[in-house]
Design a binder for this molecule. Structure first.
Ligand code: NAD
Length: 497
């Protein structure tokens, strides 16, 4: 452990918080209090205790932030070359890397996730800023063959003011994968982090300002979805919305966007299938499934939450998964736990209700299935790593997202039946397969409806791979060059010569 990291962890464990956390909204280049003067508490899920307060925003703060972002659209930012925008993003990438330990410890305190996972997230954010720094001056249009008397070409222009609504499970990474491409494209932004996890986004805004971003280009308003989020997505001064969160809220956001015909990217939930065939490398499959469902205590939109296993290998696979789940010790993210807490009491209650209902309906719990007290921190919100054998294909356990450490298992006679089962929910975010038969793997990749498909390594990829869903998992793409184009509007220009 570096001294910096060790000191921060020691301070957080000793005091239950960290000195110097941002406390206000970040609007027009500085931290400000809410117009109403109200503040709200933020909780450490590992202890179940409030560790800091932050400004609680509403429509008045959103108005201020949108006004700042609109003004900044025609300010010094609009006169920077794409390469100069890239330079700012590259400086930001380096600064985030320098302060990675602080970002990670704050993320663990606020979201609950294990420190190693938070460090992985911060590493991904460093790469995201570097990727879009390099992409800023590579956004180019095309020229079209419109005949000898004309020249036709396309220009990629920034969409304008981009709004981001961010959930609590990957606070910094989700914010960054929207902020970095939007800035590379030349947009300005208003970001509303989840009320449970505002701090790392506020820290990122301050850091970007330090890296050279002009005032007003990136604004962050903390607050609840009902007060700040709803005001932001209904605001006539925004040109684009990226919403990441639940299906129900996404539907509300879509209705609000319709009012002003605001462009929209929706990144919603999933019930993603992970198919394991009898010929797979069993060690790799076990490791992949454990990560796919127990990383971040299963609070991942793209979790591999539905194991579809070929009958011939079901018994040895499930035996190893049950042993693996039972070996994961729940505990505070700053300790050496195998699995961290659930982010809030409300989410813990939702997870428990799903499993209790499934048990009552005759689904067989193979391991876990209960709220559990942590071993090392005397409080907090924890759920046992859980594996449940599904009673049938229509059971809510198969059809509904739980967003916790709960693996649903469906046993299928063969590959063909597994493909049918993989496609049999209303979600289509990611899908995975473990097999040594590459023809089957590629047939699966073609046949499955999903925004991304993983073959023999779940969560493989990185910032270069576009990410997003189909059907109830949403539409539009983040990451990669597709993510950058989300923040552009295409203009066709034709000249008679
Ligand atoms: P949520 O929809 O309740 O909240 C997400 C965000 O929306 C928060 O910032 C919240 O304050 C805000 N919000 C709430 N009501 C709003 C409104 N009326 N108008 C505008 N904003 C509003 O979701 P959650 O329960 O906090 O997050 C978990 C969900 O997010 C899961 O369903 C998960 O699958 C999904 N998710 C999806 C992705 C993805 O990339 N597809 C990533 C992470 C999480």
């Amino acid at each position: 452990m570096t001294a910096d990291r060790a000191d921060l962890v020691a301070e957080a464990i000793r005091t239950g918080t960290l000195a110097g956390l941002p406390g206000g909204h970040f609007i027009d280049g500085r931290f400000v209090e809410s117009a109403s003067g109200r503040r709200m508490e933020s909780f450490d899920p590992g202890r179940g205790k409030a560790f800091a307060t932050v400004a609680a925003g509403d429509g008045q703060d959103i108005d201020r932030a949108v006004a700042a972002a609109r003004a900044a659209l025609s300010g010094p930012w609009s006169r920077l070359s794409p390469a100069a925008r890239g330079d700012i993003l590259m400086r930001a990438s380096r600064l985030i890397a320098e302060r990675a330990a602080r970002f990670a410890v704050v993320e663990t305190l606020d979201s609950g996730k294990r420190l190693a996972e938070a460090e992985g997230d911060v590493g991904g954010v460093v790469k995201a800023f570097a990727y879009y720094a390099g992409a800023a001056d590579k956004l180019q249009g095309d020229s079209m063959p419109v005949g000898p008397d004309h020249i036709g070409l396309t220009i990629e222009e920034p969409v304008g003011v981009a709004a981001q609504i961010v959930p609590w499970n990957y606070p910094l990474s989700t914010a960054a994968r929207g902020i970095a491409p939007a800035l590379a494209a030349g947009c300005t932004l208003v970001v509303k982090p989840a009320e449970q996890t505002p701090f790392t986004t506020l820290m990122l805004a301050e850091l970007l300002h330090e890296a050279g971003l002009p005032a007003g280009v990136l604004n962050v308003v903390a607050g609840t979805g009902a007060e700040a989020g709803a005001a932001l997505v209904a605001h006539p001064g925004i040109d684009h919305i990226t919403f990441t969160g639940s299906v129900a809220t996404g539907q509300r956001v879509m209705r609000a966007a319709a009012e002003h015909v605001t462009r929209l990217v929706l990144e919603l939930g999933g019930k993603s299938p992970l198919v394991v065939l009898a010929d797979c490398d069993l060690d790799a499959a076990v490791a992949g499934i454990m990560e796919a469902i127990f990383e971040n205590a299963g609070q991942i939109c793209s979790a591999g939450s539905r194991l579809i296993v070929e009958e011939a290998i079901a018994e040895p696979l499930l035996e190893r998964l049950v042993a693996g789940a039972q070996a994961l010790r729940p505990g505070h993210g700053l300790g050496d736990a195998g699995i961290g807490p659930i982010n809030s009491p409300a989410q813990l209650a939702r997870v428990a209700a799903h499993v209790d209902r499934a048990r009552a309906a005759g689904n067989r719990i193979l391991t876990g299935g209960a709220v559990v007290p942590p071993e090392d921190c005397g409080g907090g919100w924890f759920y046992q790593p859980t594996i449940v054998l599904a009673a049938g294909p229509d059971d809510p356990l198969v059809q509904e997202e739980i967003f916790g450490p709960v693996l649903t298992v469906q046993v299928m006679p063969d590959f063909e039946a597994a493909v049918v089962a993989a496609n049999a929910t209303s979600y289509a975010l990611v899908a995975g397969i473990y097999t040594r038969d590459h023809a089957k793997a590629w047939r699966f990749a073609r046949a499955v409806d999903a925004g991304q498909v993983y073959i023999n390594e779940f969560f493989a990829g990185g910032i270069a791979m576009p990410f997003g869903g189909n059907r109830k998992s949403g539409f539009g793409r983040a990451k990669g060059m597709a993510g950058l184009r989300s923040y552009c509007k295409l203009k066709s220009v034709v000249a008679r010569i």
